[in-house]
Design a protein around this ligand. Structure first.
Ligand code: NAD
Length: 489
């Protein structure tokens, strides 16, 4: 096999070979912009097309692979990720900026996802039913789609690639993966692990391909190629909407997980410590850069002032610093552009009438990076931009409401619907909220972010399009159903 990298220049993986990019881009550590993690390939459209052609050519062999072969490959990848969790977690934190424990945690999750889908390869059965006609049997079979394009964002550099690649392969599809420009190292490391499994066998070369490069070229090629049967995307709403429309126009199956404006309701009867932990955890950890982050905290009148004071106290105590430094609670924002966007939203929230109760400003640390104090904005109402648009940073706003009914109405007053949480000791309100929150995931007395790897993940309304990801539900996207009838006499 060709070398996977030349010095600190890392290549694409196309058709079972490591191929230098048309150009390269430096991968910069947001905790210390002097630290260049490596120079990563930038594929052009021709390399994207070559990867798609390699995946297409490998499909006849891969679709015939046995569940045992798929299990062995996915399980081996999961085991290696888990064995190297500290090293891979460190790489992830270095390129994305989440803290080392968060980076290691995400890496473990990616390993477990591969192991879960190794098992799923064995469980991909269909159904056999008697027909309504005499002597006829009916089978409902699940079959692979063909070539799937996987486009991922920067905020979960290994978990999101894992939760797309593993089910795609488990279901018998060939893959072309395009990671986000800001975080190529984790995807490259994952591809390098995959390249040393049985996928290097001659018949399976091309089953998995990594093409690092810009959305406008590589992503565009995956979305528009008639050789790509299905596309799974995670990222922002504007990009997702365009991809959904473009795929629909050529009749390709598409799944998109997009933004959030997730509400966390705190009722008067909530356990204050539980509520503060839920708000701070899901509002600010991982630098607030989670699609499931709580960005709208909806608080009833009786607890409002105590809750805000306790959140501010907690925020004051947090250490914002280099992601790899022991003791850091929150790492830097991912890049300069995102930091500028966060600051713009904090300023706008104040101009529109909100009060900055704590933080919000950019700060300097020992190393040059994109550091920002977590922002809590109080006195906001539903019409303000801060409560309507996703910021995607450590910024949360508080809406003060009269009672549970007003809280539920405020929670649902959004075009998004990914995750929603409630902190209460009332069984009645918790149960009602679970049934009536317009979100794909509902949390009771837990942060809105932080989910299991073996159950469905996804949202409603503007947050998601197409079948759910993860768990057994992932097969809804990565397979097509065939109904077979047999006359047995
Ligand atoms: P983004 O939309 O800018 O980019 C996502 C991916 O799409 C990247 O790989 C990018 O290169 C690619 N892309 C960009 N333009 C393209 C085009 N024209 N054609 C094809 N591909 C293109 O999003 P981002 O800034 O990387 O990620 C942040 C967003 O992701 C936030 O909105 C966040 O809420 C969302 N997100 C959602 C989930 C979820 O599961 N709902 C999970 C994580 C992140």
């Amino acid at each position: 096999m060709t070398p996977s990298h030349t010095g600190d220049t890392f290549h694409n993986f196309i058709g079972g070979d490591w191929v230098p990019g048309a150009s390269t881009l430096p991968n910069i550590n947001p905790s210390d912009t002097r630290d260049v993690i490596g120079h990563y390939a930038q594929a052009d459209a021709a390399q994207a097309e070559a990867a798609i052609a390699a995946a297409r050519a490998a499909f006849p062999a891969w679709r015939q692979s046995t569940p045992q072969q798929r299990f062995d490959i996915l399980d081996a990848v999961g085991n290696e990720i888990l064995a190297r969790k500290d090293e891979l977690g460190r790489l992830l934190s270095r390129e994305e900026g989440k803290t080392l424990p968060e980076g290691i945690g995400e890496t473990v999750r990616a390993g477990m996802i591969f192991k879960f889908f190794a098992g799923e390869a064995l469980r991909l059965g269909g159904e056999a039913l008697p027909s309504v006609r005499p002597g006829v049997g009916v089978e409902v079979l699940r079959q692979p789609l063909g070539v799937v394009g996987l486009i991922t964002p920067w905020n979960f550099p290994i978990a999101i690639p894992a939760w797309k690649i593993a089910p795609a392969l488990a279901c018998g599809n060939c893959v072309v993966h395009k990671p986000a420009e800001l975080v190529p190292a984790s995807s490259w490391a994952l591809a390098e692990i995959l390249s040393r499994t049985a996928l290097q066998d001659k018949a399976f070369r091309g089953v998995f391909n990594l093409v690092i490069g810009p959305g406008s070229k590589v992503g565009h090629a995956l979305v528009h190629s008639p050789q790509v049967d299905a596309l799974s995307f995670t990222g922002s709403v504007p990009t997702g909407r365009r991809i959904i429309a473009d795929c629909a126009a050529r009749g390709a199956k598409v799944q998109a997980e997009m933004g959030g404006k997730n509400p966390l309701v705190v009722l008067d009867d909530a356990d204050l410590a539980v509520a503060v932990n839920a708000a701070v955890q899901s509002g600010y950890f991982s630098t607030g850069q989670r699609c499931t982050a709580s960005s709208r905290i909806i608080v009833t009148e009786g607890i409002h002032d105590r809750f805000v004071a306790a959140v501010v106290d907690k925020l004051r105590s947090l250490t914002i610093d280099h992601a790899l430094k022991p003791g850091t609670d929150i790492g830097p924002v991912v890049d300069e552009r995102q930091l500028a966007q966060n600051l713009k939203y904090v300023a706008l929230a104040q101009r529109e009438g909100g009060t900055l109760a704590w933080g919000g400003e950019a700060v300097q640390r020992e190393t040059p990076g994109f550091y920002q104090l977590p922002a809590l904005i109080t006195g906001t109402d539903a019409s303000m931009t801060i409560n309507r648009e996703e910021v995607f940073g450590p910024v949360a706003s508080v809406l003060r409401v009269k009672d549970y009914e007003a809280a539920l109405a405020a929670a649902n007053d959004t075009e998004f619907g990914l995750s929603a949480g409630i902190c209460t000791t009332s069984l009645k309100h918790a149960t009602h909220f679970k049934l009536h929150a317009q979100a794909g995931m509902v949390m009771v007395n837990l942060p809105t972010a932080g989910v299991d790897y073996h159950v469905p993940f996804g949202g409603r309304k503007g947050s998601s399009y197409g079948p759910r990801e993860q768990g057994s539900h992932a097969r809804e996207f990565y397979t097509t159903v065939k109904t077979a009838y047999t006359f047995a006499g």
